[in-house]
Design a protein around this ligand. Structure first.
Ligand code: AMP
Ligand code: GLY
Length: 425
């Protein structure tokens, strides 16, 4: 398992329960892992950008499956290097990971395949981009083409603001990722996420989730990687999910395969539920963080078997994914300063949090001797299940309140939309 965040802790927790690891002689490695993952895996240091080192470790330890958690190594082609060495890997090739690695690539693919998404123009210079603004109305949506750690999207309320943002983007604010900018139509609606496993032939729905991107209560303040999430997302009902499969996910997977870039791994569709139906906002080539934490909490199927089946192009031999029919909700506890400059080193005592019925995933922690300390922006994901969103929320916050983390903070309203809907009945 490659990675070190809350997503990877949740995956490691679930993978450790797999039948594939049932034998005492099996060893589960996490690289680099984190103190939470150390309960399930042997954590080792490994430079994922050094493909030869990764292959050498896999060959030396006879690794049967590599799971790549984050997007950077995927876009960097690590899955290709491993496959070329005959090592099974869960995660798309470099070509297929362009669905996340290049916004322009994905928009063009949507156009070729007739997938509903916001109208757009790809631009490669400041002049082109400014001219493209003429074709749209405020608010303007501007996206750096490449990976920008979730920070590459600007929604500008005025032409002046858009002009200034474009100058920053082409001025190198996002480095190479901003060499191209996609200007697109603003979509109105509610956002939701849909996940599917695929080996390029079989596509298996893997559930839905909603996250809270803004740092503050009431969805205010700057964007973050996500301050909390819940699954399922009731707004994405069965009918809408069938439409997302038929109109968005299936044509994407089919087109990628037809064009010689078969997609293998998890495909995460960020959607806007508009008056005209679901439209694609973006794809990610990996699980969402913290969406993964709530999906894994609900998952009943053997994750290892599903991932190995994807890696071996035989997902069609697996039973459909089984998820508990309850809500899982996770609250992110972050270090003060996040999403700007998070304060590192703050002491953490998890206390009775898990005894109160939650699972605490480590997202950015490290050990200072015996002591657990904050070592990142998003630090803990306190995750609970419940028969309703309100109950899952109540259990999660009871556990949050048992955590002693003086330099941390969290939102107090994760799940508010659904809690309100439930209250209205
Ligand atoms: P992305 O990184 O593409 O998910 O964009 C980050 C956030 O910007 C999304 O989660 C949306 O809230 C917002 N966003 C992106 N594209 C659009 C769009 N075309 N219309 C409205 N909001 C958007
Ligand atoms: N939580 C959003 C993401 O993982 O991209």
């Amino acid at each position: 398992m490659l990675g070190s965040g809350g997503r990877e802790h949740a995956l490691a927790w679930k993978l450790a329960q797999s039948r594939l690891l049932a034998d005492d002689s099996d060893t589960f490695y996490a690289a680099p892992g984190n103190p939470g993952m150390a309960a399930h895996a042997r954590c080792i240091s490994l430079d994922a950008t050094d493909h030869r080192a990764v292959i050498a470790l896999c060959e030396g330890s006879r690794i049967g499956l590599v799971v790549i958690g984050p997007e950077a190594p995927l876009v960097d082609g690590l899955a290709d290097s491993l496959r070329a060495a005959g090592i099974a890997v869960f995660g798309p090739s470099r070509a297929a990971a362009q669905l996340e690695g290049s916004k322009g690539f994905t928009k063009d693919l949507c156009e070729r395949a007739g997938i509903p998404t916001a109208g757009y123009v790809r631009t490669a210079s400041l002049d082109d981009a400014r001219a493209a603004l003429d074709r749209f109305e405020a608010p303007y949506v501007l996206k750096a083409d490449g990976l920008a750690a979730g920070k590459g999207v600007v929604i500008a309320q005025s032409r002046e603001e858009a002009d200034a943002a474009l100058a920053d983007m082409f001025g190198g604010q996002f480095g190479e990722a901003g060499a191209e900018v996609v200007v697109e139509e603003f979509l109105e609606g509610e956002e939701a996420s849909f996940f599917a496993l695929t080996d390029g032939t079989t596509i298996m729905p893997f559930g839905t989730a909603q996250d809270h991107k803004r740092v503050g209560d009431g969805d205010t303040g700057p964007n973050t990687g996500g301050m909390g999430a819940y699954s399922p997302a009731p707004v994405l009902d069965e009918t809408l999910q069938a439409r997302v499969m038929a109109e968005i996910v299936e044509p994407t997977v089919r087109t990628m395969t037809d064009e010689g870039m078969p997609y293998s791994g998890v495909l995460y569709a960020g959607l806007m539920l508009t008056n005209e139906g679901p439209k694609l906002i973006e794809y990610n080539a990996r699980f969402g963080d913290p969406e993964c934490q709530v999906l894994m909490t609900r998952l009943e199927s053997d994750l290892g078997e599903l991932m190995l089946a994807c890696a071996q192009n035989r997902l069609g031999t697996c039973e459909p994914v089984r998820m508990r029919n309850e809500t899982a909700l996770t609250v992110v506890m972050a270090a003060s300063g996040y999403p700007g400059s998070p304060r590192k080193g703050g002491a953490i005592d998890l206390g009775e949090a898990e005894a109160r019925g939650a699972k605490v995933f480590h997202a950015g922690t490290s050990l200072n001797g015996e002591a657990l300390v904050a070592n990142g922006g998003r630090v803990l994901n306190v995750t609970a299940m419940g028969a309703t969103v309100a109950r899952a929320q109540a259990t999660a916050y009871r556990a949050v309140d048992a955590v002693d983390f003086p330099t941390g903070f969290c939102r107090r309203d994760i799940g508010w939309r659904e809690v309100e809907r439930e209250a209205k009945g």
